[in-house]
Design a protein around this ligand. Structure first.
Ligand SMILES: [Zn+2]
Length: 475
């Protein structure tokens, strides 16, 4: 079976065939964070999902161009900027930097392009001008520019490709200026929002007067600029299906830049919601966790990544602290097996081709719409088999090396390899480790030892290896 994916556009599972006639290059766009606060664990479920898609495409040999935007101007951000009195730039940069640090903690591969909406204003304006010229957008009495759903439909286009919409409910002439609204508020949506006093300093000149872009047009402009008017995969959380992604399709296809017959996006993939401790996340319920809250409770990025990767992306997943403790135990079993295999392979293991059993079963599982549960089942069956062979002394060094090579191969997708463990040590712990190295260099062994003890009281063991010292979490 070749790689197949569930496409929200067709509501079915389809073989993945890239638009590239050579079948090699793949364009992937994932709606990125709105940088108005620290990312919560629900946000990161989507980004771990996008990372899995990208890594598996690369595993299957595709040359992926991965774009993830940074939404650095929209309604929620403007409200916060107004409350804090900071500039838009200073306010959003602090959360963008926090997001990038959190992404490293979760071992997310950096996208090839990370466009900021505020740096694509000329492209956004050009796209709106094109929609106005084609009669699909108009400036209303409030001086804002809106997308006309009626004109779009009259041009023979379908609005409501990702969701079913009831147009009888729609009253002609109604408009919605907010970036977020529900199906019940179906109306012409804002492409360009005329400047109002509440916007403060956040505005740009435009052919329609000063103002700022709507959220939906930002993604259309940035994705088409970087990936072309038609590209393969567009990802996001399921809460973005309407209106955000529906509006992206209308704007992008309304601009008519595609080769006739080609869609804006071939495959739409949506990740399901995350519950925390059995309920929808809410600050009032005490189950609202940013990534940083969980690190503060002593969990590592690696454990959080593992837990987020255990559920299929289209299933609602219940994230619990108990689940995180289980993640630690599961990773411990993998680590222990790998350590034994390494010992068995010896200090200079023969170079080995990956043992095919694990690699094939793992790949076949993910080919089936990223069936990650079956992929983990393959991993843990393999761990059990390796442990049995080791216990029976039935594994020679070459076989151990081949087993390790198989793990390394699949870990390019999972990204939970043991090496990630040291990167998870908090900065304060890494500073203590550095101080210890310095003490050792100065031959102040008493101080080095005291620092080693201090790290241990924080739960970190210093491992001295031929390649240098590193931290390992004490169990
Ligand atoms: Zn978007």
């Amino acid at each position: 079976m070749a790689f197949q994916l569930h496409n929200t556009l067709t509501r079915g599972t389809e073989p993945f065939v890239p638009l590239d006639s050579a079948g090699r290059r793949v364009g992937l766009y994932c709606c990125g964070p709105t940088v108005y606060d620290f990312g919560h664990i629900g946000n990161f479920r989507t980004f771990v999902f996008a990372d899995l898609v990208r890594r598996f495409l690369e595993y299957r040999g595709y040359a992926v161009c991965h774009v993830m935007n940074i939404t650095d101007v929209e309604d929620k951000i403007i409200a916060r900027v107004r409350q804090t009195g900071m500039s838009l730039h200073d306010y959003t940069r602090q959360y963008e930097e926090a997001f990038l640090a959190d992404s490293r903690t979760l071992n997310l591969l950096p996208p090839h392009h990370r466009p900021r909406a505020t740096e694509f204003i000329p492209d956004i304006l050009a796209l709106i001008e094109r929609l106005v010229a084609r009669g699909l957008a108009y400036q209303a009495g409030d001086r804002s520019v809106y997308f006309s759903i009626e004109k779009y439909r009259a041009a023979g286009r379908r609005y409501g490709t990702l969701v079913r919409l009831n147009f009888d409910e729609m009253r002609v002439g109604e408009r919605v200026k907010n970036d977020e609204y529900t199906k019940e508020a179906l109306a012409d949506f804002a492409l360009w929002k005329a400047r109002v006093p509440e916007d403060g300093d956040v505005f740009w000149p435009s052919p329609w007067g000063e103002g700022r872009p709507g959220w939906h047009i930002e993604c259309s402009a940035m994705s088409m600029k970087l990936l072309g008017p038609s590209f393969d995969l567009h990802l996001g959380g399921e809460d973005l299906i309407f209106p955000h992604h529906e509006d992206e399709i209308a704007q992008s296809e309304g601009a008519g830049l595609q080769i006739p017959g080609q869609p804006f996006v071939k495959y739409w993939l949506h990740g399901a919601h995350l519950q925390v401790e059995g309920r929808k996340m809410a600050k009032s319920l005490g189950n609202f966790f940013t990534l940083r809250d969980l690190l503060g409770r002593g969990f590592t990025g690696r454990e959080i990544r593992y837990l987020l990767l255990t559920a299929h992306y289209r299933e609602t997943f219940n994230f619990t602290l108990e689940g995180l403790a289980g993640a630690r135990a599961a990773l411990g079993r993998i680590d222990e097996c790998l350590a034994k295999l390494r010992e068995h392979a010896g200090p200079n293991p023969p170079s080995a081709a990956p043992e095919p059993g694990l690699v094939e079963r793992f790949g076949a599982a993910l080919d089936d719409d990223l069936n990650i549960s079956a992929a983990w089942a393959a991993v843990f069956d393999w761990v059990r088999d390796q442990n049995r062979l080791l216990a029976q002394a039935a594994l020679n060094p070459a076989a151990a090396a081949a087993a390790l090579a198989a793990w390394d191969r699949i870990d390019t997708v999972l990204g939970v390899g043991a090496a990630a463990a040291e990167a998870d040590a908090p900065a304060g712990m890494l500073a203590l480790l550095e101080a210890r190295q310095a003490a050792r260099k100065d031959r102040d062994f008493a101080r080095a030892d005291a620092l080693r003890q201090e790290l241990l009281t924080h739960g970190w063991i210093v491992e001295d290896t031929p390649k240098g010292s590193r931290l390992k979490r004490a169990r």
